[in-house]
Design a protein around this ligand. Sequence first.
Ligand SMILES: Cc1ncc(COP(=O)(O)O)c(C=O)c1O
Length: 406
Amino acid sequence: MAPKARPATFLSARGKRLISEKAERFSESVIRDMTRQAHLYGAINLAQGFPDFPAPAEIKRAAQEAIAADINQYAITWGARSLRHAIAAKMKKWQGLEIDPEAEITVCCGSTEAMIASLLAVTNAGDEIVVFEPFYENYGPDAILSGARPRFVTLHPPSQSDGEWRFDERELRAAFSPQTKAIILNTPNNPTGKVFTRAELEFIRELCMEFDALAVTDEIYEHILYDGAQHFSIATLDGMRDRSITINGMSKTYSVTGWRVGWAVAAPALTNAIRKVHDFLTVGAPAPLQEAGATALSLPDSYYEGLAAAYRARRDRLLPALRQAGFKTFVPSGAYYIMTDIGQFGFADDVSFAQHLVKEIGVASVPGSSFYSRPELGAHQVRFAFCKTDATLDEAARRLLALSRA
Ligand SMILES: Cc1ncc(COP(=O)(O)O)c(C=O)c1O
């Protein structure tokens, strides 16, 4: 959203404005653009958060079997029964929440669709949505498309490399008003790696109660946690069950970002509205892949332990390489990104640095400004994704060393 240049208004030969004001208010995703640039320059792609290693064999087999069994037609629009029941069982097990799979779950085309469908279902023109920044790029355009006005609250970077990004309670309170319809939360957080503590979520809960607001919470990195960090769903806090829309999906937990299966969990009245919007947006998520989702969500606990351990090893492989190359790193407690400070490289800004990195060094990253409404806040930051094989990370490390020799 804000950091990118606004494209010129497109007029027909007879002077009619053919592009909507909404579409003109944001430009294409910087993250996805960096992926294209990585292809163009033959760079290692540490920009976009997709794994370059295989998905678990049993999940792939379940998808193949579902297609072989001719599960090839539309699933129930709000999700295959087997997947909805698996989601409810998993939420009971991990969050202790009793969810009615018949009335409180909408399966969507990825958590991306679950987020926009949820916002479209609950917001009206003039409503405000509180968003922490840096934020996952999509939330800005999501707010614009849903007609709501985003109110940004800064997550301040830690002064120490292993400190936590924090919000100022007074700044957060000041962003809430009678117009606040919802706050968007993302924990574990992309791009900072912050995992919101229970105390922080309690503070947010109190504001939601006081201002009669919803929490729309993107928890797709819930199992990717380091150093003893614990994930809390705000829906489990007192009074928040029916005030939360909890969004999750298969992409990150099961390394299948291309399958496009995600979901929104919310109280029945909210779910009714989300289901209607979802139905008219996409009808439904891929039917055979939803069946494979039911298999995925039933994997034993050891799968999730292995997932977190493998990501910890990848994090600890890339961190020293970045430091050696000259970056100041912020150590993530969750998710699979490292935010860095590039102040010491002496570039004019993050975009020129990221361009240099992709063209001359051969590594694609994401300029920090793309995660902020005020680009200057990210002008000295770039983000690296480490959801990659050891070989990819080692080659990136080798190339990045050229920075320290420059
Ligand atoms: C915080 C966050 N939410 C959502 C997504 C997209 O998820 P999905 O593939 O389920 O649409 C991403 C992908 O990078 C993300 O980082």
